[in-house]
Design a protein around this ligand. Structure first.
Ligand SMILES: C[S@@+](CC[C@H](N)C(=O)[O-])C[C@H]1O[C@@H](n2cnc3c(N)ncnc32)[C@H](O)[C@@H]1O
Length: 224
């Protein structure tokens, strides 16, 4: 995929109009799996520390991490989403910007986490920045949707998106997302590309796990 395509998708998908319904949409469209996936990320943030949540959106993951006793900084491209975050959690510190160019000093964070960012991001620049802002021994955790490998799961996945497109007809502000998300996930390929980029940058302990019938995955790595 072209490096900047993901950015254009993100700009088109997320806006002021769908920001306030995002939390409910992600809950219902993933049949509650979003919460389960985010809980997995929480478990991987095994010590209390300073955490950067990239593409924090309306702050679902940031809030959970904060409730767990971590100090959080959030960064997101979409101002409307950060406005919703601020309404929910005034005390959460967040910045409107892109994950590929971070306004933080070197060796600053214990963890960098992100949920649903990799498919939108320029992975090389993203990994460079994560490496730079993480402390030695710090951990990066990425989570996003993937296209299932096994034929039976692919069938289910395709059926699910057919239904989602039907639902999108009644939800104007989500129509474009529901129509394009499937082909975007298929072409993204982040899951296959990211391990090599992490390795080349010098990250170690690279792990990956596919989740819920191979519809999503979590990948983590350590800065030595
Ligand atoms: C599906 S939402 C996920 C929000 C949140 N992480 C969650 O799990 O609920 C995707 C978010 O990624 C943000 N985003 C996409 N590309 C980005 C980038 N390059 N830098 C920062 N944020 C980005 C969008 O603005 C949007 O808020």
């Amino acid at each position: 995929m072209e490096k900047e395509t993901g950015y254009l998708y993100a700009k088109g998908f997320f806006n002021e109009l769908n920001a306030s319904s995002y939390d409910n949409i992600v809950k219902f469209t993933t049949f509650g799996q979003d919460h389960h996936w985010k809980k997995k990320i929480l478990k991987m943030v095994s010590t209390k520390g300073l955490v950067l949540d990239l593409a924090c959106g309306t702050g679902i993951l940031s809030s959970l991490l904060m409730d767990n006793g971590n100090d959080i900084f959030g960064v997101d491209l979409t101002y409307g989403y950060l406005k919703v975050l601020k309404k929910k959690r005034r005390e959460l510190f967040c910045i409107n910007g892109i994950a590929e160019v971070l306004p933080f000093k070197n060796n600053y964070f214990d963890y960098v986490v992100s949920s649903y960012l990799p498919k939108y991001a320029n992975l090389t620049h993203l990994v460079d920045e994560c490496f730079r802002v993480l402390k030695e021994g710090g951990k990066v955790i990425f989570h996003d949707f993937i296209f299932p490998d096994r034929a039976v799961f692919r069938k289910l996945w395709k059926f699910y998106f057919k239904m989602l497109k039907q639902a999108g007809r009644c939800l104007k502000s989500w129509n474009d997302v529901f129509n394009k998300l499937d082909s975007f996930i298929i072409t993204s390929g982040w899951y296959n590309t990211l391990p090599g980029i992490l390795f080349n940058k010098g990250f170690t302990n690279i792990t990956s796990e596919s989740l819920t019938f191979e519809t999503a995955a979590i990948m983590s790595a350590k800065k030595p």
